[in-house]
Design a protein around this ligand. Structure first.
Ligand SMILES: C[S@@+](CC[C@H](N)C(=O)[O-])C[C@H]1O[C@@H](n2cnc3c(N)ncnc32)[C@H](O)[C@@H]1O
Length: 336
């Protein structure tokens, strides 16, 4: 790690699961929002969540050591950093969902020294199933709503950047594959008053996305949500533009169905991390890859060359490639 210089840094990293868990609990319980009105004593906070007093005190001290809380005469208060970077950056619901996802992934690291050599999934050795976010959302509409709202918030800067980048002249109908809330489509609709969009995703996600679109009276009649399994179902046709943003499904069979769904000269835009082959991925991609490799020892991040090869084989020509400031790579292709 870049900041690791001394043995003490190694020890700190070794024990980092503890502050990570303390932070996750604070986000899931809503501690930072509870303190945003003013300081509260350790007794009040311990009572509120029925936490044993001494444990609660140490938990708050751990958060203070991370510069997220401050000790004040009235008790513990929010630090400027926590107000700025947590409370004022994303909603409480979004942080809660991010912390929940992190907690569900923790077990993969349990007993790792004993499990690393397993030829299969470390989750099997733990007697657990790895979290699968699509299955979780399919089984639980509430879970789908949380996920969709969180990604809608986090994805807005990327959606705006993509909408600024794409040339929408001559585009009347857009399909947003695995479009979630439809955040990218909504950004495109804001740019172009004659455009309409169809978001395809699993049923519970479509329902949650529709709720978000309903909040925008000027756009809601131009966006539809169609439940579909993009891995297996035939796609509707007659589109000028198809977008797949951070869905991670890269199969020639899907790309061929996308080609059939496009009008003559239609474009297919793919956005994801897509690191170039042989290049060291950034640290976030590496952690994501490690998480996946614990489930599937053969997991590899899809490389730019691999995906552009599949696009080429499915009948698309690359017309634009762009690294996005909001993160990731955009490949714009045209139906041959
Ligand atoms: C990480 S989200 C990205 C959502 C949106 N494109 C965005 O950029 O915010 C991936 C989406 O793909 C959807 N998805 C994954 N597999 C799918 C499948 N087989 N059929 C339909 N949707 C799928 C998920 O439900 C989820 O909404």
């Amino acid at each position: 790690m870049a900041g690791m210089k001394e043995a003490q840094d190694v020890l700190t990293l070794l024990r980092a699961y503890l502050p990570s868990a303390a932070l996750g609990a604070a986000l899931e319980l809503g501690l930072f929002w509870r303190l945003s009105e003013g300081p509260l004593s350790v007794e009040d906070l311990a009572r509120e969540w029925s936490i044993p007093l001494r444990r609660c005190h140490i938990w708050l001290e751990v958060l203070a050591s991370l510069d997220l809380l401050e000790r004040r005469p009235g008790g513990y208060a929010l630090s400027d950093r926590a107000r700025r970077e947590i409370v004022e950056t994303y909603s409480r619901d979004a942080w809660e969902t991010l912390a929940l996802e992190a907690r569900e992934r923790y077990p993969a690291g349990q007993d790792l020294a004993l499990h690393l050599a397993t030829p299969g999934s470390v989750w099997d050795l733990l007697g657990r199933r790895p979290p699968n976010y699509v299955e979780q959302m399919a089984a639980d509409p509430g879970r789908a709503r949380r996920f969709v709202r969180m990604w809608h918030e986090l994805r807005e800067p990327l959606a705006e950047e993509v909408a600024d980048l794409l040339d929408l002249r001559g585009v009347d109908r857009v399909m947003d594959l695995g479009g979630g809330s439809g955040v990218v489509s909504l950004a495109l609709l804001r740019r172009c008053p004659t455009l309409s969009a169809i978001v395809v995703d699993i049923e519970n996600v479509c329902a949650a996305g529709r709720e978000i679109a309903e909040r925008t009276p000027l756009l809601r009649d131009r966006i539809a949500y169609q439940p579909l399994d993009i891995l297996h179902d035939e796609l509707p046709g007659g589109f000028d533009l198809v977008i797949e943003c951070k869905v991670g499904v890269y199969e020639q069979a899907l790309f061929e169905r996308v080609r059939r769904a496009l009008n003559q000269g239609g474009r297919f835009v793919l956005i994801d991390e897509l690191p170039p082959e042989g290049q060291d991925p950034p640290i976030d991609h590496l952690r994501y890859a490690f998480h996946n490799a614990l489930r599937d020892p053969d997991f590899a991040l899809p490389a730019r060359e691999q995906v552009s090869g599949l696009l080429e084989a499915a009948g698309f020509d690359l017309v634009l490639e762009q690294i996005l400031q909001a993160g990731g790579r955009l490949l714009e292709t045209r139906k041959r």
